[in-house]
Design a protein around this ligand. Structure first.
Ligand code: FES
Length: 147
């Protein structure tokens, strides 16, 4: 299995590890199949994501994708933040091996879960945001035998 230099860099030196004490939104998601868990904290002010941090108990690709996802979301408006899909995260990392794609889905879902939490706390609706799941393996398309 081959990882890009960017994946290795974000795995060895993950950015934004930690928590935000007075976070505007916190999202935790897991994948029951691989057992990995990701928690994302967002600080949102005036509709802009001012800060993002994460804690990931998971594989190298999960660490690298949460590192990149939190890098990408910082400074974005909520609308722009909604455009950070797992594909965008993977592209920013110069790709992931196919069996690691689900790790990037975990990152996307964790961002969405944190945005959902923010929206609920503030009584707002974020266009295009669906209620996140706690366990992404529930709606995974990757067939079981690929694990
Ligand atoms: Fe499950 Fe990477 S193996 S998140």
């Amino acid at each position: 299995m081959q990882y890009s230099e960017k994946v290795m860099d974000h795995f060895m030196n993950p950015r934004n590890v930690g928590e935000i004490e007075d976070a505007s939104g916190v999202g935790t998601v897991g994948n029951a199949k691989c057992g990995d868990i990701m928690k994302v904290y967002l600080k949102i002010e005036d509709g802009i994501v001012k800060d993002a941090k994460f804690k990931t108990f998971g594989c190298g690709a999960a660490v690298a994708t949460s590192s990149m996802a939190t890098e990408l979301i910082k400074g974005k408006t909520i609308k722009e933040a909604m455009e950070i899909t797992n594909k965008a995260v993977m592209e920013a990392l110069d790709g992931l091996p196919p069996i690691k794609v689900h790790c990037s889905c975990l990152a996307e879902e964790a961002l969405h879960a944190a945005l959902w939490d923010y929206a609920e706390k503030n009584g707002i609706v974020i266009e295009g945001l669906e209620k996140p799941v706690n366990d992404i393996s529930e709606h995974e398309e990757v067939p079981e035998e690929e694990y």
